[in-house]
Design a protein around this ligand. Structure first.
Ligand SMILES: [Zn+2]
Ligand SMILES: [Zn+2]
Length: 333
């Protein structure tokens, strides 16, 4: 099979992904081998490739927003029929036995595996996943439109849940990439007003098209105090600015897996019961709930498709804010 392989974490400008021929994997007990149709490109892939996340497997095939069809079922795997269309997300597997798993917080599992990071992912013609961590994909979404739902969508949904967004809420977004362009559609559906702060003009235009009430530069103060805000951009200097934009008792949610250091700030920005919370990974329940909701709304993703062989180009474009919406890799059709 063809795959994009990362041998050593390197800046994406050096085009470190190698488009190469590899042996097709064999599914073990409870696993599926799937034929990948489309794999979404996520900022986390960039963090893996550039070594901002410590390497856990080397070499590794990145990619964790996979739309695929089931090709082969390992021993005992019977949840999906051959040919079923499925989705594979970041959470590859949990141990199911640690205190977090037992408490229903499997996103915080002590020994998790992650797709495209600790195990090979979807920048390839085929891949493996345990059937219990594989999602059915609702009809009504084309493969390319569905791929960004698997991480940008699910993580954005978890951020919105943590932010306790309801009708009439004033909700700030910092950064307006793939996750925000999906989350705004959910927030609008729930009746919230969205204030989007982002450095890129194209992203501000997309936010307006998708119904933002206001857009501005990253550190620009929104015209009203926010009930809650979500930081999607991996830039720590946003945190004090976002706290300053919150009303008393407001919540600040940090949606990224990696962030540059947060500068120190005075206690007055946090005092008056403001709170900061990070979001880590997702539970399967988040995924199932969100995919159902996405079909009901229905979410419409904006994607730019690249062939698998051009994964480096797609990631360079992502790093340069050149993609309104989400980038996806087209593997098979
Ligand atoms: Zn666990
Ligand atoms: Zn992701």
């Amino acid at each position: 099979m063809k795959a994009c392989l990362l041998r050593t974490p390197t800046k994406i400008e050096a085009n470190p992904l190698q488009f190469t021929e590899m042996e097709e994997p064999k599914p073990g007990p409870g696993e599926l081998r799937v034929r990948v149709h489309v794999c979404g490109v996520c900022r986390t892939d960039l963090h893996v490739i550039e070594g901002e996340l410590p390497p856990r497997k080397s070499p590794v095939i990145p990619g964790h927003q996979v739309i695929a069809v089931v090709e082969e079922c390992g021993a005992g795997a019977k949840k999906f029929a051959k040919g079923a269309r499925v989705g594979i997300a970041w959470l590859h597997k949990t141990d199911g036995t640690c205190e977090y798993c037992k408490r229903g917080e499997e996103n915080l599992c002590d020994s998790p595996e992650f797709t495209g990071y600790t195990v090979n992912g979807g920048y390839a013609e085929s891949m493996l996943a345990p059937e219990s961590f594989v999602y059915p994909i609702p009809e009504g979404f084309a493969d390319e439109q569905a791929a960004p739902l698997l991480c940008a969508g699910i993580i954005g949904y978890r951020c919105l849940r943590m932010a306790q967004v309801g009708a009439g809420a004033k909700l700030g977004f910092y950064g307006f990439g793939a996750a925000a362009h999906v989350a705004i559609q959910v927030a609008r559906y729930w009746g919230a007003d969205v204030y989007a702060s982002t450095r890129d003009e194209r992203h501000r235009r997309l936010a307006m098209e998708l119904g933002a009430k206001w857009t501005g530069g990253t550190l620009e103060a929104p015209p009203e105090k926010l009930d809650t805000a979500i930081v999607f951009a991996p830039a720590g200097e946003i945190v004090p600015a976002a706290l300053k934009a919150l009303r008393k008792g407001g919540r600040l949610i940090l949606g990224g897996i990696h962030m540059s250091p947060i500068p120190s700030f005075g206690y007055d920005l946090l005092y008056q019961e403001r709170m900061i919370r990070s979001v880590a990974n997702n539970t399967r329940q988040d995924g199932e709930e969100f995919l159902k909701l996405a079909a009901q709304i229905p979410i419409r993703t904006r994607v730019r498709a690249y062939p698998l062989s051009e994964a480096n180009q797609a990631l360079n474009a992502l790093k340069n804010d050149a993609i309104p919406g989400a980038a996806v890799l087209r593997v098979h059709s």
